[in-house]
Design a protein around this ligand. Sequence first.
Ligand SMILES: *[C@@H]1O[C@H](CO)[C@@H](O)[C@H](O)[C@H]1NC(C)=O
Ligand SMILES: *[C@@H]1O[C@H](CO)[C@@H](O)[C@H](O)[C@H]1NC(C)=O
Ligand SMILES: *[C@@H]1O[C@H](CO)[C@@H](O)[C@H](O)[C@H]1NC(C)=O
Length: 578
Amino acid sequence: METRPFVHILILQVFFLILASALDQRLFLYVPAPVNTGSLRPLDRNLVSLSIQARDFTVFAKTNLLRNFLGALSVNIRTHHILRLGGAESDKTIYDPDGTLTSEQYMNGNYGGSAQNVTLGPNYFAAIKGHYASSTKLIWTLNLRNVVNNWEAGISTAQGVLKYLGSELEYFEIGNEADFYGTKGWRDQTWDVAEMAMQWKWIAEQVQQFNPSVNFGAGAFANIPPNIVGNFDIPGVINAGIKGPNIPWYNMHLYPQSGCGGKPVSLDTLLHHNAIYNTLSGYIPQIAAAENAGAKFAMGETNSVSCSGRAGVSDTFASALWLVDYALLGASLGIRRAFFHTTPNGAYSAIIPKPYKKDSVTYSGGFLPLAYGVYFVSEILSSQDNLRVQPIKHGSDTDHSSYAIWDDKNKLKKLVFINLEMYNSSTGASNPATPDSPVYPSAAGRGSTRVYVATPWALGEKLSLIRLQGPGSNAKSMVNVSDFTFSTEDGSVQSNVVDTILTVQADGFVIFDVLASEAVLIQHYSDVVANPHPTKSQSTPTTTVVSGVTMITRGATSPPAASAGAGQPIIPISIGLK
Ligand SMILES: *[C@@H]1O[C@H](CO)[C@@H](O)[C@H](O)[C@H]1NC(C)=O
Ligand SMILES: *[C@@H]1O[C@H](CO)[C@@H](O)[C@H](O)[C@H]1NC(C)=O
Ligand SMILES: *[C@@H]1O[C@H](CO)[C@@H](O)[C@H](O)[C@H]1NC(C)=O
């Protein structure tokens, strides 16, 4: 049925990338209906989630930034957010059911008096309860390291969590990065996954006595394939007997760049699609092992650079583009969820909940560019349908990455195109919530790629195009999703998304430009109207026409009927191979 119009496109595919000049590229893509639907991977509505240490969560509970941010994401993904409360401090956490610290003390960063350990008590839960978006589900990481009184620390903490947060618990993890326990001196040199599994299972059995239906996520190992030691990986943990109906998830941790001890890291690495592919494809055997055990695979803790990230890399717009490519490529390989680690003042944090001091400089609370990458993904996930993802054939090279998003009836719903070409700007180079970094403005102008995608969509159909945009790869501010921004005061919506209306051309062609360091999302405008989206309260939608292109600003009230927005005029299309 659709072969005829596409014949000339098939010839074009061979020349899919035409370099007109260094600054102006053209890319021809063809998105046929999927032949092998088994190659499409589901897009989990919680694909991009956050990970915060239980200890730090009290600091996030002091302001509304996190609460409102999660609330906005939930509107788009049409379900609750899942927050993982875990990290290195999990293995220092003990629980005192008679502890008397007040919730105010926890919120002020008092974790129980001991410099070494975090002691939670009933008021810890009072400090966080109700201070994050309602209906949020929590993953809680228990202490596996502390063996005192037969792992009393982990087991009693589980009892407290079940008592105070039971209805909000998604599942428990046991131990954080246990593959490092041997080298950290917390266990002896024979420490391996078999020994760990005995201890893990013992804690799990005790916790199940409090609630037999409680679930667990297993893994949480730090070493990146292929650097696995002691069989600390998903096949290893399953072989050691950690499997069954109460273990629906397995996970590993991934920081593609190591920032510990001041090691050199680079912004360029974030913008190489091939580098992202090489890292994520190493997890294919891990994903397969989880799925063969009847479970799913997640990246349980992740971000750009380990050890709290690095200013000039993790806090730039490049990291937001990286997150989008990582999430979609990961999903297309079977990484169902990725939990981006967030600390109260780490350079890799999406949210800085309140002002802080570093090297005697005071920084403000607010949002770093990564937050807009997270938000952009929530726009991709916004749908009444169960979505599935596949990279577009010939649509990826070092500087480009593209994805087709389908519903479960094999209808093409959305297109995502990411231009990862680097462009540095002196505009937007600083952000009051993070330290300044040296700026190396690009000598040449900003590149742009004109993309021609042949789709199965009907001639004349109206589409929405939105952009994840910023002044440059190195930008730390002026980043937004088609003008959508969060208020740095309280995390509420500060300005609404503006949909640019495109029209499907002859032969199903969709044509658009993407600047160097920019991503676009294209979908039916009728779907945008049909789906709820976060907006500024009491705003009304408005339509403007700029140089013949219709732009519709979203509003809290319904937009004008889908007839609004003339779209760009339909132009006869003739693409020659000149
Ligand atoms: C603090 O944590 C360490 C490591 O898990 C443990 O050895 C020690 O017993 C803990 N201290 C207390 C007071 O529980
Ligand atoms: C959104 O980002 C673009 C590119 O940085 C900028 O030109 C525009 O002013 C921003 N819009 C808002 C509302 O911040
Ligand atoms: C852009 O800036 C980053 C640091 O922000 C630097 O690593 C990179 O080399 C710069 N690129 C160019 C082309 O100058």
